[in-house]
Write a protein that binds this ligand. Structure first.
Ligand SMILES: Cc1cc2nc3c(=O)[nH]c(=O)nc-3n(C[C@H](O)[C@H](O)[C@H](O)COP(=O)(O)OP(=O)(O)OC[C@H]3O[C@@H](n4cnc5c(N)ncnc54)[C@H](O)[C@@H]3O)c2cc1C
Length: 463
């Protein structure tokens, strides 16, 4: 007899584990299947958390080596121990994954260890045992997109997973793809001494960012030593004893050239991961790109089977997956779970950080929406000056007639934290004036947000 549950979640990433916890809080008998040896999915094991651990360590090193003189602090020769940095990253990951294990125990969630495959619409098999549930959630996440002619070996040609594990700083790192993951990991290795070249098919990096922010971002990375080969595609890679030779061509056609690299990071995007799930046994429909198709309530075409997170449409972000996990658990409990996709922030954890929410200027123009722009630079902010972090600006976009906030974009120190205020404002349907009239502590970086909101009405005070 198959063991039965109210809910089985397949995958323990931020979508799956959060869905499991919320469902257990709401009184359901819950199991979560995970085939990795530790809980937490891509995010905790090979994504958000280890990348932020290395970004933090490399930033501390870089700041110590190059940023202290202005503060009147003298240090001797500054070195780093990469093995220790990597060990620290491992400790950070382990503390986080064990934290999820603790939360599972606390909420009486059964962790079924192994890979799940469907054996029917409401039943799965894991390691030879069958399990059934009233509801099954697919939260199996995503994997790195491969590129024809560029064979990943996770040693010389790596995905983000290999790039997080390097035991030596590459002299020359070529990143294929100018998206968030490539630029963050490029930053880690650039700060530690790698010469980083980014090859990007499009004529710009981070195409989802507001154009003006994107331009400032590329300028900043260029100042930090990045080289960009925009409008180029990689057509082949040959791995030799000492490195990799890449062949690249202009995307629009033209003469091929070669690029030499010690390490190549393939980061051209991620795609839904459903390998081995045997979706066909349950009859679950996917689209041409392999994304599991759902309705607005995360229901697939098969009654009782749902999907959330990277495996369905929408931005591949941990917090988006988490919100979907909570919403779905609440819907299954008969509540009104809901995710506002207009208020999902995106952050690039480089330095300066880049953060955004809502619409870009380009999107508003394309949609024919009349809008106002308010901008304010960190250069004119007292706290940013005291910190010696004056690069960047905040930009708010509001409806020309109603002043309702439509989008907000920040490049600058701690942009990822600063954006939260504007996410809240958009969630509450606030106007730029609402933000402008809120009292912000002085001196803080958050005054840049207030001043940008004031600027939308042409009345910034400190510029
Ligand atoms: C390098 C990197 C950095 C990132 N940084 C950020 C960031 O800073 N912020 C952010 O928001 N997002 C970031 N992301 C994206 C984020 O990791 C994902 O959006 C998020 O993990 C998606 O969560 P999920 O629950 O949908 O799936 P995942 O986290 O991918 O988890 C899916 C889990 O399902 C398991 N699984 C798959 N198939 C089966 C099966 N058949 N049986 C059992 N288990 C199975 C997998 O082992 C995996 O553990 C980053 C990603 C990468 C790669």
């Amino acid at each position: 007899m198959a063991e039965t549950f109210d809910l089985i979640v397949i995958g323990s990433g931020p979508g799956g584990y959060v869905c499991a916890i919320r469902a257990a809080q709401l009184g359901m008998k819950v199991a979560c299947v995970e085939k990795r040896a530790t809980l937490g999915g891509t995010c905790l094991n090979i994504g958000c958390i280890p990348s932020k651990a290395l970004l933090q360590s490399s930033e501390v090193f870089h700041q110590t080596a190059h940023g202290l003189k202005d503060h009147g602090i003298a240090v001797g020769e500054v070195n780093f121990d990469l093995a220790r940095m990597q060990a620290r990253k491992g400790e950070v990951v382990s503390a986080n994954t064990k934290g999820i294990e603790f939360l599972f125990k606390k909420n009486k969630i059964t962790w079924i260890k192994g890979a799940a495959r469907f054996i029917g619409p409401n039943a799965i098999e894991v390691g030879g045992s069958a399990y059934s549930a009233k509801s099954i959630v697919i939260a199996t996440g995503s994997e790195s997109v491969p590129l024809k002619g560029v064979e990943v070996d996770e040693k010389r040609i790596v995905t983000s997973t290999g790039a997080l594990e390097l035991d030596k700083v590459p002299g020359r790192l070529v990143v294929i793809g100018g998206g968030v993951i490539g630029l963050e990991l490029g930053s880690v290795w650039a700060r530690l001494g790698a010469k980083v070249t980014v090859v990007e098919f499009l004529e710009r990096i981070t195409p989802f960012l507001d154009g003006e922010i994107c331009k400032a971002f590329q300028q900043s990375l260029t100042k930090q030593g990045f080289t960009f080969k925009l409008g180029h595609k990689v057509t082949g890679a040959t791995t030799g004893k000492d490195g990799v030779t890449l062949t690249i061509e202009p995307a629009k056609g033209g003469a091929a050239e070669t690029l030499e690299a010690d390490i190549v990071l393939l980061a051209i995007g991620r795609r839904a991961y459903t390998e081995g799930l045997n979706l066909a046994a349950a009859g679950v429909a996917t689209d041409a790109r392999g994304l599991v198709l759902t309705d607005a309530h995360y229901a697939t075409n098969v009654p009782g089977i749902y999907a959330i997170g990277d495996v369905i449409a929408g931005p591949m972000l941990a917090h988006k997956a988490e919100e979907e996990g909570v919403a779905l658990a609440e819907l299954l409990a008969g509540q009104a779970g809901h995710v506002n996709y207009d208020a999902i922030p995106g952050v690039v954890y480089t330095w300066p950080e880049v953060a955004s929410v809502g619409r870009t200027e380009e999107e508003l123009k394309a949609a024919g929406v009349a809008y106002k722009v308010g901008k304010f630079p960190f250069m004119a902010n007292g706290r940013a000056r005291a910190m010696g972090e004056m690069e960047g600006f905040a930009k708010v976009l509001s409806d020309k007639t109603t002043d309702r906030l439509l989008g907000a974009h920040i490049i600058g120190p701690d942009a990822g934290t600063l954006i939260a205020e504007l996410v809240t404002a958009i969630e509450f349907g606030a106007s730029a004036e609402d933000v402008a009239r809120v009292c912000h502590a002085h001196p803080t970086l958050s005054e840049v947000v207030k001043e940008a909101a004031l600027a939308a009405d042409g009345r910034a005070l400190h510029i």
